[in-house]
Design a binder for this molecule. Structure first.
Ligand code: NAI
Ligand code: A1CAB
Length: 255
């Protein structure tokens, strides 16, 4: 499987990391905007091939991870074979727009998230796509290597993409605030961060593995008259749930 990546910013790099954990790095071809020191040192670490132009001929799949504003222009300069499957993460760019440039190619639009870098992503993918069923299946197989694929009707991709794609930033702020509170109470920063991150990791794993609703899991932690319920009431007093709801609705709409 020969896989290309167009655009090596945050998401491109995360996808490269996830792919090189699963595929031969020799079969990964990357075109950044420029061959800069960041890209060169990433290549030294991971061993993929750097392209100096947009000729992606001979590839099975091309990931598009450029900013929306640059995507259509850079795709117009790109050479791919007719059988190359395009998987686009470019926000707000539709399969139909890409099809105007590559009418014969299958196109799958996704909203990935940054944990694809460690093969623990959550990737929104539209069920109805501009791809043949075989190519849709291929996309699914590749993306499964990067994390959990949530295939939903086109109408729902935006909200899945917002919760999954933007959510890591919200969780990062939550972990940072937890670590700050631990440091405030005398813990060193490194241990505080490890405690916060492993707690978030374990809570997510428990919810996924048991299928138990988050509120029921919360009830398992809140012993009567105990410390947790005091913290939960504190969160309610400060509008924690409302703040999360507000943040998701602020972010939603463009994914
Ligand atoms: N960062 C994230 O967590 C997610 C990002 N996305 C989408 O992925 C796309 C990229 O986002 P980020 O990586 O965060 O942005 P970024 O700004 O970190 O990376 C974009 C990269 O594309 C490069 N680039 C620009 N024009 C180019 C061209 N003509 N040819 C090759 N490379 C070019 C830039 O130099 C930059 O390195 C956006 O459309 C974004 O909405 C989607 C889901 C999550
Ligand atoms: O913030 C952004 O524009 C991208 C899309 C989803 C997550 N990051």
């Amino acid at each position: 499987m020969k896989i290309g990546i167009l655009g090596a910013g945050h998401m491109g790099t995360a996808i490269i990391r996830g792919l090189t954990n699963r595929y031969q790095s020799n079969d990964i071809f990357v075109k950044g905007h420029h061959v800069n020191d960041t890209l060169k040192s990433l290549q030294q670490e991971l061993g993929f091939q750097i392209l100096t132009n947009n000729d992606f001929s001979g590839l099975d799949v091309l990931f598009v991870t450029t900013p929306a504003s640059a995507t259509l222009t850079s795709l117009k300069d790109t050479q791919i074979d007719e059988q190359t499957l395009l998987i686009s993460a470019a926000q707000g760019i539709t399969p139909e727009q890409i099809k105007t440039i590559f009418p014969k190619n299958s196109v799958v639009c996704i909203v990935p998230n940054i944990p694809v870098a460690v093969n623990a992503g959550c990737i929104a993918m539209t069920k109805a796509s501009a791809a043949t069923p075989e190519d849709q299946q291929t996309a699914n197989q590749i993306l499964k290597n990067l994390g959990t694929v949530i295939a939903v009707p086109a109408d729902n991709v935006g909200i899945v993409g917002t919760v999954a794609g933007c959510g890591p930033a919200f969780v990062d702020i939550f972990m940072s605030a937890l670590a700050d509170a631990a440091v405030q109470n005398g813990l060193d920063r490194q241990t505080a961060t490890k405690v916060a991150a492993s707690m978030v990791y374990g809570s997510g794993k428990l919810a996924l593995q048991t299928g138990t609703a988050p509120d029921a899991l919360k009830d398992q932690v809140t012993s009567p008259g105990g410390s947790t319920i005091k913290g939960v009431v504190g969160l309610d007093e400060k509008g924690f749930r409302a703040a999360i709801n507000y943040a998701v609705n602020q972010a939603n709409g463009t994914n």
